[in-house]
Design a protein. Structure first.
Length: 363
């Protein structure tokens, strides 16, 4: 028998929240998920009728930066998520219980809410020497991870560590730190990469699962499409400067003061899929490119081995539309002319190769 839990609506009503404020919250939640305002009624119905979802938050090899980001969420506030929307039953760095009491919660949740809880994983398991490089509660982390994943309703890989491996898995990777989807292969893993991920992306994902009781639509790499379907470059406010061929050539030059594109300074925005340029950080205040530094590509696979922070991406072609129409036209005409000449030469060569050779006439 599954356990019974109070609904989100029941919790906030006990806290003195009015129904008007509740519906306002539902409207803002729908907006944060990129959904139509008409969906707000579905959100309200779900939060009124469905029990709070138990969440088990486990930590492997990591630096806790995902948790640090999570607690800074502004839309919705993390206090509303943790204290009202979900039931955060286990999170060893912040929970009151410790030792055997904390470990007992894992088995209790697994047995009581089988198939109903969300497993959120921050960090990754090291596989070398039987997983002995990360011991939690007297057992290798990889053992606890696989056991809890078996009966989870959904599994979330928080951050680049859990999603791709990050610095722990960088070469030569002596501990064999491994992304969790390489360990848990029989279930869908929702990857939320970033070092760390954006706070509102994390809380919005939990809100979506809590509200609709299902996984969001994922891309082919397992990332939620609502936040990882576009490159940072696509919505970057410096994009017009890229298209115009206006680039920062060195730090603090005149172009940097004018806010030109940071592509030549190593910005990885053109190849990085994330919501930084749309959602931004610190309650929507800013993001690295707005602060004057190029994107590091921290949400992409192989971040540490491939990042080469200040190296320019060599495969990206710029447009340089600051050239006038005559210059562009002449360049295009020249390219067409060369192509025609090459085609004519090739055709003539083919004809000559096919022409029969006449025997020399006798004198």
């Amino acid at each position: 028998m599954g356990g019974t839990m109070e609904t989100f609506y029941g919790v906030i009503r006990r806290q003195g929240i009015t129904r008007r404020s509740f519906h306002k919250f539902c409207s803002l939640t729908a907006m944060s998920l990129g959904l139509s305002p008409l969906v707000a009624s579905d959100v309200a119905n779900a939060l009124e009728t469905k029990p709070r979802v138990p969440v088990i938050w486990m930590h492997g090899l990591e630096c806790t930066c995902c948790s640090e980001s999570f607690i800074r969420s502004a839309y919705p506030l993390v206090k509303d998520v943790v204290l009202s929307m979900i039931s955060l039953d286990y999170d060893d760095p912040i929970m009151a219980a410790a030792g055997h009491q904390a470990e007992a919660i894992l088995e209790e949740t697994r047995n009581k809410y089988k198939g109903q809880y969300v497993l959120a994983v921050e960090g990754n398991p090291p596989l070398n020497e039987g997983g002995m490089f990360c011991i939690v509660g007297g057992k290798p982390f990889v053992e606890k991870l696989t056991a809890m994943a078996e009966d989870a309703m959904a599994i979330i890989a928080w951050g680049t560590c859990a999603s791709w491996g990050c610095v722990q898995a960088a070469k030569p990777n002596p501990t064999r730190a491994t992304p969790i989807d390489k360990v848990i292969t029989n279930k869908t893993i929702i990857k939320v990469p970033g070092c760390p991920p954006i706070a509102e992306v994390m809380t919005a994902l939990l809100t979506f699962i809590t509200t609709f009781g299902k996984l969001p639509e994922l891309d082919r790499q397992g990332r939620p499409k609502m936040f990882y379907s576009q490159r940072i470059h696509d919505k970057c406010y410096r994009r017009p400067h890229f298209d115009a061929g206006q680039f920062v050539e060195e730090w603090d030059d005149e172009s940097a003061r004018k806010g030109y594109c940071l592509y030549k300074m190593g910005c990885k925005g053109p190849t990085t899929y994330n919501a930084c340029s749309a959602v931004r950080w610190n309650g929507g205040v800013s993001f690295p490119i707005q602060s004057g530094h190029g994107c590091l590509g921290c949400s992409e696979d192989g971040f540490w081995d491939k990042c080469s922070v200040y190296d320019r991406l060599s495969a990206i072609k710029q447009f340089g539309v600051e050239k006038n129409a005559d210059q562009v036209g002449m360049a295009a005409a020249g390219a067409v002319g060369l192509a025609i000449a090459a085609h004519a030469a090739l055709t003539a060569a083919k004809r000559l190769s096919r022409k029969p050779v006449r025997p020399a006439q006798e004198e």
